[in-house]
Design a protein. Structure first.
Length: 317
């Protein structure tokens, strides 16, 4: 597979992700392969921190294509997301034309509403094809935007074009590779989902998360990596938390503990560093102290029974 070329099989797609350090299961590789081959947007839904945004970044790096990112938020409008006119430059053009006094009103209107005064925002940038090919267009956290903007995207996703009243329709020469992510804080309308291929990206299994930690935090001690993953998996599956930690938080925590020269989990250090793993004080209060001690003791015994971690004896702190 040459640089910039789309993968021709599921195995090549999985290999493409793997070469960039993204550990994906076959179901994700399959739907991504289909999205690439069919030229359809990929709609990724899942909890925050499971690696949805990272897929677009990996594709841009692996395929050597530009990444155009539209970060959604409440109040996002066309002038921020699609285009706006350079009003200051237009006013200067008008003043100069008035000073010359020999330009008709119609000619002046055509002049100021031309491509050279158009400021391209992410949506328009995504419709431009460079020498490297169509860009990777990341529409990140669509659920944070308003329904009105979501409705506007229908034309973009269906026809790969944008209509500008003063200029007409601008259509992509080559459709961008579009990745849409949502954390499901609200439902996205069916009309938009029908234009996409869909995939729910869940938290990884313990085995896959351990592989991710090994790749992303290669300096982490083997026992520390095993115990960090086991601790995080326990929190997700057994603790009633306001916000479960994602893979990004697992990597942050493993990195922090490695920076502190830890080679295994220590309950006292767990309590001291919970702020890198959990992002709500209520969750930290629930886990710190004696509860952290209990979890570390339990998971260490489980790992020892499975032959995955050396037994270090009862924890005294």
């Amino acid at each position: 597979m040459t640089s910039g070329e789309l993968p021709k099989s599921i195995e090549e797609t999985q290999g493409l992700l793997d070469s960039a350090g993204y550990v994906a299961d076959r179901s994700l590789a399959t739907v991504l392969h289909l999205a690439l081959r069919m030229g359809r947007p990929l709609f990724l839904e899942g909890e925050a921190g499971v690696g949805k945004t990272e897929i677009a970044k990996v594709l841009a790096a692996s395929l050597d294509r530009p990444l155009v990112r539209l970060q959604c938020y409440e109040g996002l409008d066309i002038s921020t997301a699609v285009y706006e006119w350079n009003y200051a430059a237009q006013m200067i053009e008008i003043r100069l034309a008035e000073a010359e006094g020999n330009v008709s009103r119609e000619a002046l209107a055509n002049s100021v509403f031309s491509q050279r005064f158009l400021i391209r925002r992410p949506v328009l940038q995504a419709l431009e094809t460079s020498s490297a090919g169509a860009p990777i267009f990341l529409i990140d956290e669509l659920d944070r935007s308003d329904e009105a903007f979501e409705a506007f995207l229908l034309e973009v996703l269906a026809d790969n074009q944008v209509t500008i009243p003063e200029l007409g329709t601008i259509k992509a020469g080559e459709p961008p590779i579009t990745i849409i992510t949502t954390n499901r804080t609200r439902e996205i309308h069916d009309a938009l989902k029908r234009r996409c291929l869909y995939h729910w990206l869940d938290y990884p299994t313990a085995e896959r998360e351990l592989e991710i930690v090994a790749r992303k935090v290669p300096g982490a001690a083997e026992q520390l990596a095993q115990e960090v993953v086991a601790f995080v998996q326990h929190l997700r599956n057994n603790e009633d938390l306001f916000k479960q930690p994602g893979v990004a938080e697992t990597l942050d925590w493993a990195t922090a503990l490695t920076e502190l020269n830890e080679v295994a989990l220590d309950p006292e250090m767990v309590t001291d560093t919970l702020g890198t793993l959990l992002k709500y004080q209520e969750d930290i209060d629930r886990i710190k102290g004696s509860r952290a001690h209990e979890i570390v003791e339990s998971l260490r015994q489980d790992l020892f029974a499975q032959g995955q971690s050396p037994q270090t004896g009862p924890l005294s702190r």
